[in-house]
Design a protein around this ligand. Structure first.
Ligand code: HEC
Length: 160
């Protein structure tokens, strides 16, 4: 199995990728399948963040909007440096990600800072937002909701 196909399967794609697509096209295709995160805000108000973090936000905006909107990471339950390290690496390794090591590091630093400031420090508020997004997602994408979230809603709203 090629690396991209292994990645697709690991990511939980329900059907095998179409072989006529390039690896990059397959990833773009996979990225289109919606998450509840996608229904939330697509920007962060960083006006109160240190200027260094505001600069890293620009790198994040540029690099993490290629395959899905920024809403996907912005409204993810992921907040800690440890969890973001795993996800930033995973996104960087996708064929065609175009994310260099130094950009990946800047993005990881931004998401770890933002995770603390906007999610962990305001946990109740952020988890309430995730509950609302899940609720809306269930109505709009009932089948995908079953695949992704049904039966473990409490777990997937939790900041981690
Ligand atoms: C090359 C395309 C591509 C780029 C660039 C990309 N992503 Fe993704 N992203 C995907 C795909 C495909 C999925 C869905 C499958 C998965 O979870 O890996 C996804 C899903 C996600 C999810 C949801 C994962 C989950 O399981 O809840 C998050 C969060 C995320 N991306 C964050 C990011 C961040 C942060 C960046 C920038 C560092 C980024 N993405 C850049 C392709 C991409």
């Amino acid at each position: 199995m090629c690396i991209a196909a292994a990645g697709l399967l690991e990511a939980g794609a329900s059907s095998p990728p179409t072989t006529s697509l390039t690896e990059e096209e397959q990833v773009r295709q996979l990225a289109k399948a919606p998450f509840a995160n996608d229904l939330g805000p697509e920007a962060i108000n960083v006006s109160g963040y240190p200027s260094e973090m505001q600069a890293k936000y620009e790198v994040f905006k540029q690099r993490c909007s290629k395959c899905h909107t920024l809403a996907r990471p912005i409204n993810a339950q992921f907040a800690s440096a440890k969890v973001w390290e795993r996800y930033v690496k995973r996104m960087m390794l996708r064929p065609g990600s175009g994310i260099s090591g130094s950009d990946g590091k800047a993005i990881w630093e931004f998401l770890s800072y933002d995770g603390q400031a906007r999610k962990t420090a305001r946990r109740a508020e952020f988890e309430a937002l995730r509950r609302r997004l899940l609720h809306e997602f269930k109505a709009r994408y009932p089948q995908r909701y079953q695949e992704l979230y049904a039966g473990h809603e409490d777990e997937v709203v939790k900041v981690k």
